[in-house]
Every structure is written in C-alpha cells, then in structure tokens.
Design a protein. Structure first.
Length: 326
C-alpha cells in the first residue's frame, strides 16, 4: 500500500472515530423481536443511528421481560418492552425509566385457541387450559379479556410458560388456548391451520411499546440517548412515507412474507411520543399487579410519573411530549 493510500486510510478512520460519542463506542440496546420494534429495525438498516454519530449494538430477545433482564445483568444499556415491565419495576427497584413510546397497538396481543378443544366463542374458555407468559403484558391482556367476556379467572386454568414453549404446547394439545403477542400469535395460528378458533378481539388493552434505560446510565449517556431518539424520529418518518419499503424490511428481519408484514404494520401506530394515556395505563397496571399479587406482598403503590423521564424526548422532539412538566 502506498504512503498516500495509508494516509488516506488513517484520515478516514480518524473521521469515523470523530463521529462516535466520546467515552463510549456504542449504546447496547436489547430489542424484542416483532413488528413492535420496526422503528429500530428501520433506523439500523437505513443508517439513521450512524448518521447521528451513534453506534448502536442491538441485542435480540423474545420478550420485554427478557430484554429487561439484560439491563439488570449489565449486558444492555436500554431495552424495549410493553409498558407493564417498567411499571412493575417502578413498584420494586425503580432502576429504570421510560424515555419514549415507539409504537402503540390494540391488536399486538391475541388469544389463539383450538377448535378441537371445543372452543368457538369466548365463553367456551371456561374449564380450559390457557397458556401465557407470567408477569408480562400477555398476562395483563388475558385478565382483561376474561373480565370483558364475563369469564371468571377461577373458571380458567392459566398455565405460565416461557414464550418459546407456547406454540409447541398448543399444537400438542397440552393447552387449549394461548394469550401471546405477535409474531408468536401468528406462528401459533399457522401451526393450528384448520384447527384455529378465531375469537372476538375487543380493544381491552392498548399496548404502549416503550424504550427504557437504566436510571444511572441515562445521566451518563443523555447526549447519546438524544442521538438515538433523533434516529428513531427519522425512522418514524420513513415508515409513514414509505410503508411498502418498511414492510419489506420487516419481512426480511422477521423472515415472514411481505403480506404478513404489512398486516402486522397495520396493527400498529408507529409514533415516538410520551402521553398521559401511557401514565394512565401504567397506573392501572400497577394497581392490577398489587391486587393480583403479581408483585411481592408488601409492595406499595408508587407514583408512575417517577418511572418516566421525558427530558431527552422533549429536547429531541418537543412536540412529541404531552405529559405535564414536573
């Protein structure tokens, strides 16, 4: 290699290094697999994070609970999840704060049942075995779904399982139904085929899929967090203006068909924000968690406002925050 080429390479590497945040090469982000995470997939694929001078390492996980465990273990700085997970954390350690909602949906979680179990209507769940993932938004959805359809919790046997067990147990007829999020719900429906029982899906729960960070990491990395949010704002604009291209990207990421990807996108509102509705939902979940003993006995009701830090999003996109100032 000539001296000129070596000099050019060194200058290029120095220029790249200048774009990276000082003191740390990257943000480590635990990302739950599914249509809910599309803004993150887009921002990574389109180079929006690097354009903001930020390196992001995305760590795949199958649930918000699993993503939060990566924060707790120190493997990740931030995590994605439904709002229930930080609401539960707020009742205990309060070690994390929500910095943005990246998508909302009334259809992200579904109840998938077997026709061969004699299930054709909601009331048929009485006496049946229903699998879900404990201490997650799927359990919260299931409780609300049963209440809406006047099916007593004591009339159903709820079977807590890990997310990767649900589809197999349902297909093996060890379960009669499952309450679970996408894309697992879609995979279960496909496995059942003609045995699938399609039940009414009332809007019993609007899920806010949020981005949260360890409280102590936010103070140290706030400038990087703002870069992350600006990259996600660009991804939001891309999804809105080029939904077809976004669907192709989602299909490739999840290894699903473009048609399934488009259907999944249609069930979500990809908007970066922080609203009073999020606060209201987290407050209801906190009360539910204490009432149903989802958290340890003795946990007191804590104000959910302390679980949200709107500062970074207010700086990145002031109009995206409609929460009252503290």
């Amino acid at each position: 290699m000539s001296a000129r080429a070596v000099r050019a390479l060194v200058l290029a590497l120095l220029a790249l290094a200048a774009l990276l945040p000082c003191g740390a090469a990257e943000l480590r982000l635990a990302v739950s697999r599914g249509p809910v995470s599309l803004p993150l997939y887009v921002a990574e694929a389109k180079g929006y994070f690097s354009a903001e001078g930020l390196a992001v390492k995305m760590l795949a996980c199958h649930s918000g609970r699993e993503c939060f465990q990566q924060i707790e273990s120190g493997a990740a700085d931030l995590a994605t999840s439904a709002e229930l997970i930080p609401a539960l954390d707020n009742l205990k350690a309060a070690s994390t704060v929500v910095i943005a909602t990246i998508s909302t949906s009334t259809q992200q979680i579904k109840l998938v049942a077997r026709r061969s179990a004699g299930i054709t209507s909601p009331g048929d769940l009485r006496g049946k075995r229903v699998g879900t993932v404990a201490r997650t938004s799927a359990q919260y959805f299931l409780d609300n779904w049963l209440l809406y359809h006047d099916v007593g919790a004591e009339q159903v046997t709820v079977v807590p399982l890990e997310v990767n067990q649900l589809v197999d147990e349902l297909a093996a007829q060890q379960l009669d139904a499952i309450a679970i999020w996408e894309p697992i719900a879609g995979e279960a429906a496909t496995r059942l085929g003609v045995d699938l029982a399609r039940l009414a899906a009332p809007r019993v729960y609007t899920q806010h899929f949020v981005l949260a960070i360890a409280r102590d990491r936010l103070a140290a990395r706030e400038a990087d967090v703002q870069r992350l949010l600006r990259g996600l704002l660009r991804a939001e604009q891309f999804i809105a203006s080029q939904p077809g291209e976004a669907a192709k990207l989602l299909a490739e990421r999840l290894r699903i068909t473009p048609a399934v990807a488009r259907a999944g996108m249609g069930e979500h509102d990809y908007r970066l924000d922080l609203t009073p509705v999020l606060l209201s939902t987290m407050d209801s979940q906190s009360r539910w968690a204490i009432r149903e003993r989802v958290v340890e006995a003795g946990s007191g009701l804590a104000p959910v406002s302390r679980a949200i830090d709107a500062g970074p999003l207010r700086k990145a996109a002031p109009g995206a925050v409609t929460l009252p100032s503290r």
